[in-house]
Design a protein around this ligand. Structure first.
Ligand SMILES: Nc1ncnc2c1ncn2[C@@H]1O[C@H](COP(=O)(O)OP(=O)(O)OP(=O)(O)O)[C@@H](O)[C@H]1O
Length: 813
């Protein structure tokens, strides 16, 4: 290893800037520099004046690197004794004491167009961070905490920064050519001798890098050869022994007192009554469609029934179940719950995989993952080798990934007759899915777990005696506060969406005679465009003071309204009192570790209030939630194919989404749901949300189609459950041609291939480009980013919405 050349960087502290520069190792001798990758020690004896003139910012590159010219604050690096010393000298105590210093640092960051971020490793408690974060936010900057490191930046930050992960330092090691060849030869020899197993998840390409080069297969779609199984007798014996071990372990747990208790609990769920019928239908049909009320046990029980019955039949090692979830948080939470119900640690027979995170082991037979992860696996393993069951959960959401997955799976089914596909949701249009899969059987799980009482706006106003008027419905949030307030102000005219007009019509026709004059008056000035911060505050006070114990889950639309409402509630004498209320936020741009806090139970006497986006709408069980508050709106990407203008705006949710929100209560005890809109408005909502495929740009999807070699883009998309308009497809293809991702024959260029590998949700075409900027500072990508910035299509975006969407998309799937 002595000969290896480390692409590492040294930290050098500058005198005046209170900052560190990244220096490439070969910048030349500037004082005495020793880099030891293993011990992560940097010894620096800088001649500082000399350094300031010689130091050059270093573009830090790595696979998912965030190339930028970085500053680190003086106390930055734990790597350096020198730095530690300076940290003590300069920070001197709490961050709040040096707030002016911070203000100056952030101002300098804003002024200097070459700098993108300030990285601080100074010890900060949560309050300090929030204080600084507020300051940064006010200055139009972003902030993010990664364990002990805090980043203030000009652009939104992703959930995970490998370059800031002290526990897992990533270095690129360039091996000498001779050694490289030797390792290659050993690997080849090993691979050629190693028998291939089927049915083993650990061998599946979930662990393969998507950049393995196997993505493009000359054989065309689904034409890969099955791996030959050598020494099959010996292998079968090993697998059988393993299967018997799995069976013994399962029986042992089920017979234990804790296992018995858990079984009893599981048997009380409505799904249990249908267990045999479900298993029979699965064994007799390749595709089935399952519906059942929220909380009846679809997500946690059905995959488990399959797993248990396979293990029971001594086929444990041959079975491999994948259950997709639309969101990271549900994949993680549900897998934890199922592992606990099986008396195991996560990563034994049950695991999860979401982007950049996952827990699974060699024996994992049931894997919960995001839809995006399954799609990425399909990139490298089109036949889903070894997978026996695919369960697509919450199929009613009709996200772009889910619809895309369905087309691919539908094509795959005839080639994998033993593969089973199960589509599930509480609120799906079962006939639509059934007919798409040639009349697949539909099974309904009847019954509720616990009742949830629904209260609509008229009941809430009666109950709380809150009086709505023209002035207390102006929500105070977001950077463009003035604009938003103007928009919400009575009399402000704007182009109305169809649903907004319908809402107005039903309100005009509504009959509220049975309610008090006070409520009728309130309803007459209710502003359907506002979220109603003041009403929410009043309702929360009412629940905290007068209702039974239990956590409250409030559904908001996005990062900005959640944060502003949180600020407002924090300054309230009751709701802001930490000895009585624990206020938590949960949105897509938060790190998973923070999102998980919503599942923790606070101390007795403290009421937990979670402000969440629709990411908490499906699959998850926060077991102390008794009350749900639903503002009736969610941020949604929509797209006007005629003008090629996408936008991300709060829109009315569908009835299905409203029921899903209500269903977050009543899972372990009876619950209450407060819908902040009248019942007549609920009745007027669409049954289901318009599929994402029909309302968003298709660029990213087109790239996926091409990289999977699925033929002509328009032909492929015409096979969707509900095919997008021809104009939308054409626009997307044209766009990709303009930026050089597709050539004139609609084939992927090198650039297109790179872009198709980006882990970006295909929600906004422009986000794909932002993904290129953030995730891949490959020079080619930067050129593309530049091109797209001049692209007039970008203009209709609300900049904040775009940034927020980008943030949300980097955190999922
Ligand atoms: N973490 C948990 N703690 C306690 N009970 C739980 C937990 N997770 C699930 N449950 C119990 O299991 C039941 C079934 O949950 P599951 O997620 O399988 O329902 P579901 O039918 O998939 O609902 P949804 O459609 O809302 O996702 C819940 O109603 C609850 O009683």
């Amino acid at each position: 290893m002595r000969n290896s050349r480390y692409h590492t960087h040294c930290l050098a502290r500058s005198q005046n800037w209170n900052a560190c520069y990244y220096l490439p190792r070969d910048v030349g001798p500037v004082g005495k520099v020793t880099c030891l990758a293993s011990s992560r020690t940097v010894e620096a004896d800088w001649k500082q004046r000399q350094l300031r003139s010689t130091a050059v910012p270093f573009l830090y590159q790595q696979n998912l690197g965030y190339g930028r010219f970085a500053y680190q604050d003086a106390s930055a690096s734990e790597d350096s004794d020198y730095e530690r010393g300076s940290s003590q000298r300069q920070s001197g105590g709490s961050t709040l004491e040096n707030i002016d210093e911070w203000r100056w640092k952030l101002t300098m960051l804003l002024r200097n167009k070459d700098e993108q971020e300030v990285v601080s490793r100074e010890r900060k408690d949560r309050r300090d961070f929030e204080h600084l974060s507020e300051l940064a936010n006010r200055m139009g900057l972003y902030s993010r905490q990664y364990s002990k490191v805090v980043v203030f930046s000009k652009v939104p930050q992703p959930n995970y920064r490998p370059d800031l992960d002290d526990k897992r330092p990533q270095r690129e090691v360039v091996l000498p050519f001779g050694l490289h060849r030797e390792v290659d030869a050993h690997l080849k020899a090993y691979v050629s001798q190693k028998p291939m197993k089927t049915g083993n998840l650990s061998e599946s390409s979930f662990s393969r890098s998507s950049s393995s080069g196997s993505m493009v297969n000359d054989g065309g779609p689904y034409e890969q050869e099955e791996p030959s199984i050598q020494n099959s007798d010996a292998m079968e014996k090993i697998l059988l022994r393993k299967s018997l071990q799995l069976r013994n372990r399962q029986q042992h747990w089920q017979e234990s007192p804790e296992g018995q208790k858990m079984l009893e609990l599981r048997r009380s769920l409505p799904a249990y009554k249908e267990k045999d019928a479900l298993l029979k239908a699965i064994s007799e049909n390749q595709v089935i469609v399952v519906s059942g009320e929220t909380g009846c046990g679809k997500t946690t029980q059905l995959p488990q029934y399959i797993l248990e019955s396979e293990i029971e039949a001594a086929r444990g090692t041959a079975c491999s179940i994948i259950c997709t979830q639309p969101r990271r948080i549900s994949a993680m939470a549900v897998s934890e719950r199922v592992a606990a119900e099986r008396g195991e640690k996560l990563g034994e027979s049950v695991g999860y995989k979401v982007r950049l995170e996952g827990v699974k082991g060699r024996d994992t037979r049931l894997l919960f993952c995001t839809t995006g992860i399954l799609l990425r696996r399909l990139l490298v393993d089109r036949k889903l080798r070894g997978v026996t069951h695919v369960i697509v959960d919450e199929i009613h959401e009709r996200g772009m990934n889910e619809d895309f997955l369905l087309i691919v799976l539908k094509e795959l089914l005839p080639r994998r007759p033993e593969l089973r596909l199960i589509l599930m949701s509480a609120t799906l249009n079962a006939e639509l899915f059934s007919s798409y899969f040639g009349g697949a059987p539909m099974i309904h799980i009847p019954g509720f777990t616990y009742p949830v009482r629904a209260h609509f706006l008229e009941n809430i106003l009666e109950m709380t005696r809150y009086q709505l008027n023209e002035y207390n419905q102006i929500d105070d949030y977001g950077q463009e506060k003035a604009w938003k307030m103007q928009k919400q102000a009575p009399g402000f005219k704007k182009r109305k969406s169809q649903i907004a007009s319908t809402v107005e019509e039903v309100l005009e026709a509504a009959d509220f005679r049975e309610y008090s004059p006070r409520t009728r008056e309130s309803l007459s000035c209710w502003n359907p465009d506002s979220i109603g911060f003041n009403l929410i505050e009043h309702l929360l006070c009412h629940i905290v003071r007068k209702e039974r114990p239990g956590a409250i889950l409030v559904f908001m639309t996005g990062w900005d309204d959640i944060n502003s409402l949180k600020d407002q509630l924090q300054s309230h004498p009751l709701l802001g009192d930490p000895s009585r209320v624990l206020l938590l936020a949960c949105h897509g741009s938060m790190p998973s570790s923070e999102q998980r806090l919503i599942f923790d139970k606070p101390e007795d006497e403290i009421r937990k209030i979670v402000l969440a986006t629709n990411m908490a709408e499906t699959s998850i069980t926060i077991n102390d939630v008794v009350f749900v508050v639903d503002c009736g709106k969610a941020k949604e990407t929509s797209y006007d194919a005629l003008n090629n203008t996408p936008c991300l705006l709060p829109s009315w949710i569908s009835k299905a989404a409203s029921r899903q929100r209500r269903g977050r209560a009543g899972r372990v005890q009876p619950g209450e749901c407060y819908h902040l809109y009248p019942r007549c408005v609920y009745d007027a909502l669409a049954d289901y949300q318009l599929p994402e495929l029909l309302r968003t740009p298709l660029q990213s999807l087109c790239l996926q189609i091409k990289s999977l070699q699925l033929g002509s883009i328009s032909e492929f998309l015409s096979k969707a459950l509900q095919a997008p308009e021809h104009l939308s497809v054409q626009n997307a293809v044209e766009y990709l041609k303009i930026i050089g991702a597709l050539d004139d024959n609609e084939d992927l260029t090198v650039l297109g291939r790179h872009l198709s590998m980006l882990p970006v949700e295909p929600k906004l075409g422009k986000t794909l480009i932002l993904g290129a900027i953030f995730n891949c500072l490959d020079p080619v990508m930067t050129v593309v980013a530049g091109l797209s910035m001049r692209d007039p299509f970008l203009m209709p975006f609300d900049k904040k919405d775009l940034a927020e969407s980008a943030k949300a998309q980097f955190s999922g799937p």
